[in-house]
Design a binder for this molecule. Structure first.
Ligand SMILES: Cc1cc2nc3c(=O)[nH]c(=O)nc-3n(C[C@H](O)[C@H](O)[C@H](O)COP(=O)(O)O)c2cc1C
Length: 205
């Protein structure tokens, strides 16, 4: 049987593990937490979900960020309803996080944009909005950089389509799978005057 980790029966160590995993997920492309599933509500109040890349985590403000094209469906949905659920799963560690919170869209946010490579900025240069029907198979990019990386000058048009989305975390649900018995816990994030208190409790898995 696999040895149990030190956080198995300890809420404080579980929270420490959570914060460390999210922080690593931002920097380490190979981390199981580098991508997560972002769930939103559609206009018809139907569930919708897709994978995005974890771009930032501010543990002082309990805020997670990701990037997206401002013309995409998810952005229209978030403009209508800020509530989101983020689902992370690390296959090796057998850890799932279900994070709930409210989103805020930073349109054309220079600071995040300037950190991107020209290759990444290219994602924001499609001529038509993502999700638009196309008569033929297409990447959506103009001919000049259908294959090649755009120059810095060419990427400038992408900024108007670029958004950084920040999620203020209100709760984190933890699930750890173990043959000795799973563990599940809920952490509430309570904000008072810019200070964040996190209260955890165990749940039956
Ligand atoms: C591994 C992976 C990472 C992705 N990362 C992002 C991302 O960071 N931002 C984004 O908007 N879309 C990302 N996508 C594409 C989305 O999953 C989705 O297909 C697209 O954004 C359209 O979603 P929407 O119509 O709900 O807006 C990613 C897809 C995959 C498979």
């Amino acid at each position: 049987m696999k040895q149990l980790p030190n956080y198995y029966d300890d809420l404080d160590l579980t929270l420490k593990e959570i914060l460390g995993l999210i922080e690593r997920g931002v920097k380490d492309r190979k981390s199981g937490f580098h991508n997560f599933v972002l769930a939103t509500s559609s206009f018809e109040n139907e569930p919708d979900a897709r994978t995005v890349v974890l771009r930032g985590f501010d543990s002082k403000k309990m805020e997670i960020s990701f990037h997206s094209d401002l013309r995409s469906h998810k952005i229209s949905q978030l403009n209508e309803n800020k509530s989101v659920c983020l689902v992370f799963y690390d296959e090796k560690k057998k850890i799932q996080l279900r994070i709930r919170g409210k989103s805020n869209i930073n349109k054309s946010f220079h600071e995040a944009w300037n950190k991107l490579t020209n290759w990444s900025k290219r994602c924001y240069l499609t001529e038509s909005p993502p999700g638009q029907e196309s008569e033929k198979p297409s990447s959506g990019f103009p001919k000049e950089f259908a294959v090649d990386t755009p120059t810095l000058e060419q990427t400038k048009d992408g900024l108007k389509n670029f958004g950084q989305i920040r999620v203020s975390i209100s709760e984190i649900e933890w699930l750890f799978l173990a043959s000795q018995g799973h563990r599940r816990a809920l952490f509430d994030v309570i904000e008072t005057n810019g200070n964040y208190l996190i209260e955890g409790k165990w749940l039956i898995p």
